[in-house]
Write a protein of this length. Structure first.
Length: 142
């Protein structure tokens, strides 16, 4: 299997550092670039053509939802995995509506990030386990 090339799109320096360290130990994955806002993400995707884009929702300027909409125009085959602190179901639905392949809460990255990437590369959708658990709970109100 070839090396999976990843673009990280997040305005949080803490998250970007985490991702760089996390993937350094994963031999089948390589971060080929980072972007700190939606406009830079669209430009980097056009330049780098990553296999997977890890996209935050809340970005300065152009947010992750709009960036994904734009990326779909220039690189429609991209696999976009939203990785966010935001667990609002309307936002998750919007992420899928604009072409996201999956959605992982940052709190679940330790156990969901690699399975999510593998799933979306196979053409499957992926939703973070915390979101699935909350949606199945009849008393869950957000």
């Amino acid at each position: 299997m070839s090396l999976v090339q990843i673009l990280v799109v997040d305005d949080s320096l803490h998250w970007r550092c985490f991702a760089l360290k996390y993937f350094k130990t994963k031999t089948e994955f390589k971060i080929i670039g980072v972007a700190v806002d939606g406009l830079e993400a669209v430009q980097k995707v056009d330049e780098l053509r990553p296999d997977v884009i890890l996209m935050d929702v809340n970005l300065p300027g152009m947010d992750g939802i709009e960036a994904t909409r734009q990326i779909r125009k220039v690189y429609p085959s991209s696999k976009i995995l939203f990785v966010s602190m935001v667990g609002d179901f309307a936002i998750v639905q919007a992420a899928f509506d604009v072409g996201g392949s999956g959605y992982v809460l940052k709190q679940d990255c330790g156990h969901d990030l690699i399975p999510a990437i593998r799933a979306i590369l196979l053409g499957q959708r992926f939703v973070s386990r915390s979101l699935v658990c909350r949606s199945e709970c009849p008393d869950f109100n957000e």
